[in-house]
Design a protein around this ligand. Sequence first.
Ligand code: CU
Length: 219
Amino acid sequence: MTRTRLPLLAACSLLLAFRAHAATVTVAVHGADGQPAPNVVVQLMPAHPGAGKPPPAPVVIAQRDIHFVPYLTAVPVGTTVRFSNEDPYDHHLRSEPGGPFGNVAPAKDFEMRLAAMTGGKAASAEVKFDRPGVVVLGCHLHSSMRGHLFVSETPWVAVTDANGLATIADVPEGAADLRTWSPEQLADQPASQKQIAGASAILEATLNFTPSKPRRRHS
Ligand SMILES: [Cu+2]
């Protein structure tokens, strides 16, 4: 009895130890021209996700100086996003179709008006996103206002910064699919298989196009 149980126990504790290992992964994303690509969604889909990550914290997208801030937000499915109007005039907030031909239905339909900020208090509304997909954010009072919300099926998701870097914490070790998405892409980006090992890892991804250089004041 003891002879068979001991290896089993050892195997179990090895599995537990393996599962407890998680890495902080930094992904460097480049355009087809080799330049760092900001504003790209990076997703990791571990082959062995384990218990997953804790539920995401609430996320705020502001309407500020006639822009959506941030311009691109990525959240795990199930996240509640608070939309907040910080401008001294009314904004409208609605979901719009996405995709290069504007024919991809938003992950969620909504439409509302957010009153002007008064007495230092911003009007806000909360929307829960319970289906993965993309939502283009618009305001029909100001047609130049555009934002993008990416609702990810995996909790291991982040957006690249001005240097084209995205950092994702608590990624289980082992094989993982790496996927990227850009609001500017005309075709899906190819997924690639990576191996996550050690406490920190640096991965690379290259887009199949060259993104335009950011001209915005806000990113
Ligand atoms: Cu507006």
